[in-house]
Design a protein around this ligand. Structure first.
Ligand code: KE4
Length: 447
């Protein structure tokens, strides 16, 4: 049913939220879902298909959260649903190796050649935790470098000046992280190669790894400037530190081979999540054999997981990646995402307030801020934007209240945009003409 259709005034989401807050912290199982930075209360979702979510009251929305990235094929893709159903009928978990895990590791190595050897885990957080432990084990060094506004999941030493939900809540440093742990983390601004270079001059022999989102998505979508990734590659190689690409969000999203394919820079380790599980819990980390042979049971770096390589999750991930590697897929995805960007730019073109739209492939953010003079190149058109959001300092100057009002208006007009200025919106292959038309109309109405 189209958004805004007159229906009995029920508010099942509100009723469920009231109940949820009695038994779940903040009523949600992940903070950013709480809508706390955009006002109002979260919608409880009953079902989804293609690009459309249906809430507990039966209202439909064009979905740009996409489960925060995994649903690149669209929701309830028939082939994925069938694969999961067939896997479930054979048992849901064995705690023993399966053929599917071998096939998925082989496919990951084919699509992301730097991941010659990989280990499956159950979330992006586990993948980044394991990658950092591995880098520390391989280098026998302790320090980890991350970007201000970078988000890599919930590991203590990575929840320092974090983005995503931490930034959304205005709590980039989590309580409960011992100072001794936080002190092993060094912070640099995203896209600031001089800052990283100075850090390496000063402490390079103590740095185990640099972990970076090759396209930042957790301060909003911030592309790497032209020197950033190659510069990090050189600095880490020269210092004997490992370069870790956190491609949990960018993997299979900005290109079939992820950001490392798009920008032509190979890391030592890559972390995957989201799309690799097709909407079920899968993460992965991997790299060259000489590094991965340090992982137990081959080497001394321990990492384990009861549900790692779960057969249902592997079935969903395998099916998803096999569909994504079909010829022409990313051309279609680029065309769809470009239409979403164009709709936003057209709707905002007459705005009296500063704004900028930044997109890389099928992830984008509308920033309610003019950005900074940077001369950066806009990913899609190749034209030079006189202003852009280059890192956290720029993103942090966004008008959060204006974003909140814009988000609320989109929601009222049937478009479900990520409920945070510091998140990326995700486009799927299922965002068809009807969804795009509804999106353009809602964006015009939001002005
Ligand atoms: P998970 O543990 O949530 O599967 O992955 C953590 C993670 C690691 N690295 C990157 C680049 C990520 O974006 C994430 C998780 N992304 C957020 C949204 N930006 C997940 C949404 C949430 O926290 O509810």
């Amino acid at each position: 049913m189209l958004a805004g259709t007159v229906r009995p005034v029920t508010n099942r989401s509100a009723e469920l939220f009231t109940r949820a807050k009695q038994v779940i912290p903040g009523g949600v199982n992940s903070p950013v879902r709480a809508f706390s930075s955009v006002g109002g209360e979260p919608l409880f979702i009953r079902e989804a298909s293609g690009a459309i979510l249906t809430d507990a009251d039966g209202r439909d929305y064009v979905d740009y959260v996409g489960s925060w990235g995994p649903m690149i094929l669209g929701h309830a893709h028939p082939a994925v649903v069938q694969a999961v159903q067939e896997a479930a009928a054979r048992g849901t978990s064995y705690g023993a190796p399966t053929e599917g895990e071998v096939e998925l590791a082989e496919l990951i190595a084919e699509l992301v050649p730097s991941m010659e050897v990989s280990r499956l885990v159950s979330s992006g957080t586990e993948a980044t935790m394991a990658a950092i432990r591995l880098a520390r084990g391989v280098t026998q060094r302790d320090l980890v470098v991350k970007c201000i506004g970078g988000y890599h999941g919930g590991a203590d030493y990575l929840l320092v000046r974090a983005g995503s939900g931490a930034a959304t809540l205005g709590a980039p440093d989590s309580a409960g992280v011992p100072s001794a742990i936080a002190e092993t983390t060094r912070l640099v601004p995203y896209n600031d190669l001089e800052a990283v270079s100075a850090l390496f001059r000063d402490q390079g022999d103590k740095i185990a790894a640099v972990i970076v989102e090759p396209v930042a998505g957790n301060m909003g979508c911030v592309p790497p400037n032209e020197r950033w990734l190659a510069g990090l590659r050189t600095l880490t190689s020269d210092a004997g530190a490992l370069l870790v690409f956190d491609e949990v969000m960018t993997g299979f999203r900005v290109a079939l081979g992820g950001a490392q394919e798009r920008y032509g820079v190979q890391p030592d380790l890559t972390c995957l999540g989201k799309i690799v599980g097709g909407g079920l819990p899968v993460g992965a980390y991997g790299g060259r054999r000489e590094i991965m042979d340090h992982v137990a049971p081959v080497g001394p770096v321990y990492q384990a997981g009861t549900l790692s390589g779960n057969p249902l999750a592997v079935a969903a991930g395998l099916t998803t990646l096999r569909i994504l590697r079909e010829p022409g897929t990313y051309d279609r995805l680029e065309a769809i995402a470009a239409q979403v960007e164009d709709a936003a730019r057209e709707a905002l073109s007459g705005a009296s307030f500063p704004w900028t739209v930044q997109r890389v492939g099928a992830m984008l953010t509308v920033f309610f801020h003019s950005g900074s003079e940077s001369g950066s190149v806009r990913e899609r058109s190749g034209s030079t934007d006189s202003r852009s959001v280059r890192g956290w300092d720029d993103a942090d100057r966004c008008d959060r209240d204006r974003f909140a009002r814009w988000h609320q208006s989109l929601l009222a007009h049937g478009v479900y945009w990520p409920p945070s200025q510091f998140e990326a919106a995700f486009v799927s292959l299922a965002h068809d003409g009807s969804a795009l038309a509804r999106t353009a109309e809602a964006m015009r109405a939001a002005m």
